[in-house]
Write a protein that binds this ligand. Structure first.
Ligand code: FPP
Length: 230
């Protein structure tokens, strides 16, 4: 969800106004994905590197997250959406941690779209945590090193039970992954758009999905093999 700051600057507004507009775009996108019966949507709200921003911006974002989660929670719940947060949550202020716990617990039994919100998230951090927890289990005798498989590593990530993402979308014109979901997107199709996040909407997502549906996903096979198994 990149481009909030530039969207605000283009309008002579403070960056905070861009983040507020970003929340609206997030709400519309979540609603659109739920209408499309998306199984899981994972959004990158705050990276582990975003702490390096000016303190005023970080504080503003923390308050914005608290307000956005508390004002959206009932609607998310009524829409049968299951909310989960991934990342190193312990560093967040207690007001935000309370909202995170409330949203997670309230929606835990919902069976519709899974909405994963990545906060203080870093893909390398996720993998480091997985390695540490596997190593501890080996040390304690709970696991044998021979049992390390890709599936076991997945089970120790923060998204052990979600389908692999089919599509990655980054707004704001940069063409990089920025440490996002590194384990999970090995075979994900990538889409980049110059649209700044506050201007992103369902119509643009539909166009990206249309383009995605015309791609051939080969997963290492040849094009001919994929055609035959269709
Ligand atoms: C990137 O724009 C956006 C962020 C760092 C986070 C803000 C995300 C939201 C406001 C979405 C709301 C999310 C939830 C969970 C309610 P940028 O500041 O990097 O923009 P720039 O690259 O133009 O400066």
């Amino acid at each position: 969800m990149d481009g909030n700051g530039r969207w605000a600057r283009q309008r002579g507004l403070p960056r905070s106004a861009g983040h507020q507009a970003g929340v609206k775009a997030t709400r519309k996108t979540v609603e659109h994905c739920a209408r499309l019966h998306t199984e899981a949507l994972t959004i990158y709200a705050f990276s582990s590197e975003n702490w390096r921003r000016p303190e005023t911006e970080v504080n503003f974002l923390m308050e914005l997250f608290v307000k956005a989660i508390s004002s959206e929670l009932n609607k998310l719940h009524e829409s049968n959406i299951r909310v989960r947060f991934i990342g190193e949550l312990s560093r967040f202020p207690s007001a935000l941690l309370r909202e995170i716990t409330l949203a997670t617990e309230k929606t835990a039994d919902n069976t519709g779209m899974r909405l994963n919100i990545a906060v203080n998230y870093g893909g390398r951090n996720e993998l480091t945590n997985a390695v540490v927890s596997i190593a501890r289990k080996i040390e304690s005798g709970e696991l044998d090193s021979k049992s390390i498989t890709e599936e076991l590593i997945l089970q120790h990530t923060w998204l052990p039970d979600c389908p692999e993402p089919d599509l990655f979308v980054r707004t704001g014109g940069e063409q990089r992954l920025s440490n996002y979901l590194l384990w999970h997107i090995a075979y994900t199709e990538l889409a980049f758009t110059d649209t700044l996040w506050p201007d992103f909407d369902g119509d643009e997502l539909d166009r990206i999905i249309e383009d995605y549906s015309n791609r051939q996903r080969r997963f290492g096979q040849t094009g001919d093999q994929v055609q035959k198994t269709k």
